[in-house]
Structures are given as structure tokens and as C-alpha cells.
Design a protein around this ligand. Structure first.
Ligand code: ADP
Ligand code: MG
Length: 256
């Protein structure tokens, strides 16, 4: 067997696909640039680590179920007041996740809550943190199905592998007892164990509409706010604003 095919086999066995793919072209580069042995090995090790990191991030992104287009690149941060922008920038370093803190975004429909927390989540995934995005009604439905199949504990455990659980539009949960109970169980299980990101059109004072009775509401709020960062988006609807600016641009061009 030639050294080439044996080496290829060793590299497969060691699960080093990038080195396997690149050791020959990089060897040629090394020769023409007079790399030291260490430099050559460094190049290969670096490329392997880089590819692994990228693969992990791609996997985390798929698992996150985040809407792909709602990133920081497509979000107009200038629309946010300075304080909110600063809060957002501070969150992007991901340290709140290590502290198991929650993030709650409140504001009118269309103010950009979902997009803002999705942009944050994308930044976290890019840093190698695991986020799971789910719209509240769908999440509750999944938990209910799991409960019926006596798998609720298992599903909640599966969700615990994520560093942050993003529950979008928590106000849109339907209102029957079972739904509230599973959502509450999830929040109670996650309390101080992992971050929760929540968006809601309803301020806390109206959360009785979500959790129905005052005791459950108070307990749910208590768990969420104990360690949390609140983002208040007291802004108008982005879409309405866009539509208005488009129509006024049209009017201006008509008048020209
Ligand atoms: P909310 O969750 O508060 O109801 P969304 O995040 O769904 O609002 O925003 C409504 C629409 O406006 C979405 O299509 C979103 O991408 C867009 N949008 C909102 N705020 C911004 C912004 N600052 N920059 C770019 N797009 C935005
Ligand atoms: Mg939303």
C-alpha cells in the first residue's frame, strides 16, 4: 500500500476529513513557501478546527428552527432608541446565557420584537450557543402531544440541551387548562437552568389572560423575571411605517 492511501485511511479513522482533503495541496503550498514542519501542521490543524466549528454552527442553526432571514444584517438597529440599542449590543456577547438570565421583549404588534430576538439568537448561534425557536402555540401543542403520549418529561429534557429557549408570542397561547399547565411546567423546569427568550404584546399586568388564574400568573412571572433583562419596544409598527414612507415617496414623485 502506498503512503498516500495508508495516510488517507489513518485520517479517515481519526475523523479528520479536512486534513484528508487538504494535506496534499497545502503540502505543495508549504514547499513553495518554505513552511517549517510546524507551520504546515499548524495550517492543517487550523483548517480542520475551522471546518468543524462551521459545521457545528450550521448544525445548531438547523436545529434552532430560527427564521433564516431574520438576522442582524436585515434588522435596522437605528430604529431603536439608544438605550435599547445598547441593551441589545450587550446581550450579543452571550454572557446572559452563562448567567441563565432571561430576555423579555415587550411592545406593540409589528414593533420588531420577534425580529430583534431572532437577530440576537442568530448572533448567539454564530458564537456557538444553542437556541431553540418556537412560536408559543406550536410549542404548547407539541408539549400537549408529548403529555398525551406520556413523554412530557422526555421532551422537556430534550429542550434542556438548548442554552436558550425562544418562545415567540407568549400571549397567543389558547386558554385551556392543559395548555397552561404544560407551558407552566416547562417554565418551572427551566427556571435557573437555562435562559428563556420571550416576546409578548401583553405587558405583565395582562398576563392573567395567558395563565388564567392569578396564582399561576404570578408564579410564571416570578420565574421569568427573577433574573431577566426587559426590552421595551415602545415603537410603532415597522410595516406601517414602511408602507407610509413608500406611499409618501409615491405621492412626492407624482407631484414632481
Ligand atoms: P413583532 O414581533 O413585534 O410583532 P416583527 O418582529 O414580526 O414584530 O416585525 C414585523 C415586520 O417588520 C417583520 O417583517 C420584521 O422583519 C420587520 N421589522 C420590524 N422591525 C424592523 C427593523 N428595525 N428593521 C428591519 N425590519 C424590521
Ligand atoms: Mg412577533
Amino acid at each position: 500500500m502506498s503512503i498516500h492511501s495508508e495516510l488517507t485511511q489513518y485520517l479517515s479513522e481519526l475523523r479528520l476529513p479536512t486534513i484528508k482533503k487538504l494535506y496534499e495541496p497545502i503540502a505543495r503550498q508549504a514547499q513553495s513557501n518554505s513552511f517549517t514542519f510546524e507551520q504546515y501542521l499548524y495550517e492543517l490543524a487550523q483548517k480542520e478546527c475551522e471546518a468543524r466549528r462551521n459545521n457545528t454552527i450550521q448544525r445548531y442553526l438547523r436545529q434552532s428552527q430560527l427564521p433564516l432571514e431574520k438576522t442582524l444584517e436585515t434588522f435596522d438597529l437605528k430604529r431603536l432608541p439608544l438605550k435599547l440599542r445598547q441593551q441589545f449590543n450587550a446581550l450579543c456577547d452571550g454572557s446572559f446565557i452563562e448567567r441563565k438570565e432571561n430576555v423579555l421583549a415587550f411592545g406593540n404588534p409589528g414593533s420588531g420584537k420577534t425580529h430583534l430576538l431572532c437577530a440576537l439568537s442568530h448572533e448567539l448561534v454564530r458564537r456557538g450557543q444553542r437556541v431553540f425557536f418556537c412560536k408559543a402555540p406550536l410549542l404548547v401543542q407539541r408539549l400537549l402531544n408529548a403529555k398525551q403520549e406520556l413523554k412530557l418529561a422526555r421532551v422537556i429534557k430534550a429542550l434542556s440541551k438548548f442554552d436558550a429557549l425562544f418562545i415567540d408570542d407568549i400571549g397567543y397561547v389558547k386558554h385551556d387548562r392543559d395548555e397552561i399547565e404544560v407551558l407552566f411546567t416547562l417554565l418551572a423546569e427551566r427556571y435557573e437552568r437555562g435562559s428563556v427568550l420571550v416576546t409578548s404584546n401583553l405587558p405583565f399586568s395582562k398576563w392573567e389572560r395567558i395563565f388564567k388564574d392569578p396564582m399561576t400568573t404570578a408564579a410564571a412571572i416570578d420565574r421569568l423575571v427573577h433574573h431577566c433583562i426587559v426590552l421595551e419596544l415602545n415603537l410603532g409598527s415597522y410595516r406601517v411605517e414602511q408602507a407610509k414612507s413608500k406611499s409618501s415617496a409615491r405621492d412626492t414623485s407624482k407631484n414632481l
